[in-house]
Design a protein around this ligand. Structure first.
Ligand code: ATP
Ligand code: MG
Length: 236
């Protein structure tokens, strides 16, 4: 197995919004794994959970104290608490070097505007199924037309999740992304390790024999895209 370390990181803060209106496409899985990868590499990392279902917060709660720490923020927990202001709740996200942001499936346009203001990069996971590809296309179309996004266009990428390569449906997903001229930077496989890691607050690569070189390379493709300077091409 090759030695594993992250590529060189950009000096400035990066806030990564993981979003797709389609449920169950892997938003939380990707968010928690990115947070674990950054934290395991000694990077000051925060995880913002915008989903009232709280899956990312539960993952963080299950995380062993011996694991590299990740600051957790769940703004929805505090909305009814007048004693803390929003900026106070969000404080760890202002200071962390990498902030990974999980979002719910059902999202409203007003939430979206606020989240875009909190982000520097957008990552959209899509499953390779006909229904998910259709929903993903609709979501990306809505996003590109959204007035907040048009006002502040951020680099965005699509990643394919739970992929079994060389299937017809995967080829369809590839063609769809190429037709949108949106960078398609990584494919993650359908691995039982993700389910095991989710249960105990770990990232895939924190489990003994959790992830192999191929999956690591996929995460490095995504991290290289996150860390790269924004280019007009990546904005689409
Ligand atoms: N690459 C993968 N391999 C195997 N299982 C996966 C993978 N990605 C996600 N899963 C599993 O699929 C289910 C849905 O994933 P996840 O909760 O990350 O999706 P989500 O987009 O956050 O869902 P929601 O919209 O409900 O918040 C979970 O049980 C998760 O463990
Ligand atoms: Mg989720």
């Amino acid at each position: 197995m090759k030695p594993r370390s992250l590529p060189e990181l950009a000096p400035e803060q990066r806030r990564i919004l993981v979003v797709n209106a389609k449920g169950g496409c892997g938003k939380t899985t990707l968010t928690t794994n990115l947070a674990a990868l950054y934290a395991s590499s000694g990077v000051d990392t925060a995880l913002v959970d915008h989903d009232p279902q709280g899956s990312a917060s539960q993952w963080l709660k299950a995380r062993a104290e011996s694991r590299p720490a990740i600051a957790g923020i769940a703004p929805w927990k505090h909305t009814a608490d007048p004693s803390t202001t929003r900026s106070f709740q969000m404080r760890p996200a202002f200071v962390a070097r990498r902030v990974v942001i999980d979002t719910p499936a059902a999202l409203s346009a007003s939430d979206f505007g606020r989240w875009l203001g909190e982000a520097d990069r957008i990552v959209i996971p899509v499953l390779p199924s006909a229904i998910d590809i259709k929903a993903g296309a609709r979501f990306i179309g809505d996003l590109l037309l959204d007035r907040h996004f048009r006002h502040k266009p951020l680099p965005l990428t699509v990643v394919a999740n739970r992929v079994r390569r060389n299937t017809l449906v995967f080829q369809k997903l590839e063609r769809f992304l190429i037709s949108l001229r949106i960078p398609f930077v990584a494919t993650f496989r359908d691995l039982q390790g993700y389910v095991r890691a989710a249960e105990c607050g770990d990232g895939l690569f924190e489990l003994p024999r959790g992830g192999d070189d191929q999956e690591w390379a996929s995460f490095m493709d995504l991290i290289n895209w996150i860390e790269a300077p924004a280019s007009p091409r990546s904005i689409n």
